[in-house]
Design a protein around this ligand. Structure first.
Ligand code: AMP
Ligand code: MG
Ligand code: MG
Length: 308
């Protein structure tokens, strides 16, 4: 049965078990107490959790899909991967879904998997654990069509300590699962944005859009989750700091739900294997039911002039 399911379903089904395993690694690194922080660049950290979670996900997926291109934030590693980090089973419910016609015949060489093993590293090191997510985005050709977001610390403050972590998924033309979609409140404009990578242009965009409230939180995955769960109307980040692995999974799930993600000019990002990694045009994502064009029209000129 599993082998006969369409490739896109098998990719999402295997990504779900891989991100769940990676989430446990992220919690284990934190509870062992030595984060092994490395500074990759200005305001850009990597920890042992980022490195280990990436090895878990990339090894698990490449073992099952050796001909699919996988691009991970942390680059390749030639360290041995512990055998219990390699998971090759798949979520059985995903394999049962009915695949839309357009995705039935997708071939390995058309697929790119974009992996952000730990989104919100800065927040992870500061103990803002609900901001942390694990992102696996699946692109076919140029488009983000499948996505998995794992939140390793969801519910971690609950008294029992059970049921920590959750995994959201979405596939174009099928829908979403793992959470309860909600629309943001009418008659208000709540905008979410970065808390650790702001600058004057990022702020100018927010000022021009005159939000009633600004939610400054970490991680692209976490911010798009706020849109899908009715906590914010838009995610506005007028900076080139995000990369394709930050947006591929969130975009696929958001679009499957009826939302939209583009750069500040209204262009969709391409996710093929030869594309730039950096989202040079910034990120504008809007919840289902929001007028994406309104946000684009109301951005100040400085945003369009600064972001190419
Ligand atoms: P944030 O909203 O600041 O949490 O950023 C979302 C994602 O984009 C995270 O993976 C950040 O690491 C990345 N990011 C955003 N801005 C920058 C930047 N200036 N330098 C490095 N990474 C960035
Ligand atoms: Mg990230
Ligand atoms: Mg990351």
């Amino acid at each position: 049965m599993a082998q006969s399911a369409p490739l896109i379903l098998r990719l999402v089904a295997s990504s779900i078990t891989a991100v769940n395993r990676a989430g446990k690694i992220i919690r284990d690194v934190m509870s062992q107490g030595d984060l092994g922080i490395v500074e990759k660049g200005k305001n850009d950290l990597q920890t042992e959790a980022d490195r280990s979670a990436q090895r878990c996900i990339v090894t698990s997926l490449s073992r099952q899909f050796p001909s699919v291109t996988i691009i991970g934030e942390e680059g390749p590693s030639n360290c041995e991967v512990p055998s219990d980090w390699v998971v090759t089973d798949s979520d059985p419910q995903i394999l049962q879904l009915t695949c839309p016609k357009e995705l039935l015949d997708v071939k390995d060489h058309e697929v790119v998997i974009w992996v952000d093993p730990l989104d919100g590293t800065s927040e992870y090191t500061q103990g803002l654990l609900d901001h942390v997510t694990v992102l696996v985005g699946i692109a076919v050709g140029d488009r983000a069509v499948g996505g998995v977001i794992h939140q390793p610390y969801y519910n971690y403050k609950s008294a029992s300590g059970d049921d920590v972590g959750r995994t959201l998924w979405g596939i174009t033309g099928i829908g979403t699962g793992g959470f309860k979609p909600q629309l943001p409140p009418e008659g208000k404009r709540i905008i979410t944005t970065t808390r650790s990578h702001s600058n004057t242009v990022v702020q100018a965009a927010l000022d021009a859009l005159q939000p009633d409230e600004i939610l400054r939180v970490g991680g692209a995955g976490h911010k798009v989750m706020l849109l899908m769960e009715g906590k914010a109307h838009a995610y506005v980040f007028a900076s080139a700091g995000c990369k394709r692995w930050d947006t591929c999974a969130p975009e696929a799930i958001l679009v499957a739900l009826g939302g939209c993600l583009t750069d500040m000019h209204g262009n969709k990002y391409c996710y093929n294997k030869d594309t730039h990694h950096q989202n040079m045009g910034g990120v504008l994502a809007t919840a289902k039911g929001e007028d994406h064009g309104w946000y684009l029209r109301n951005l100040p000129d400085v945003v369009r002039q600064t972001l190419i």
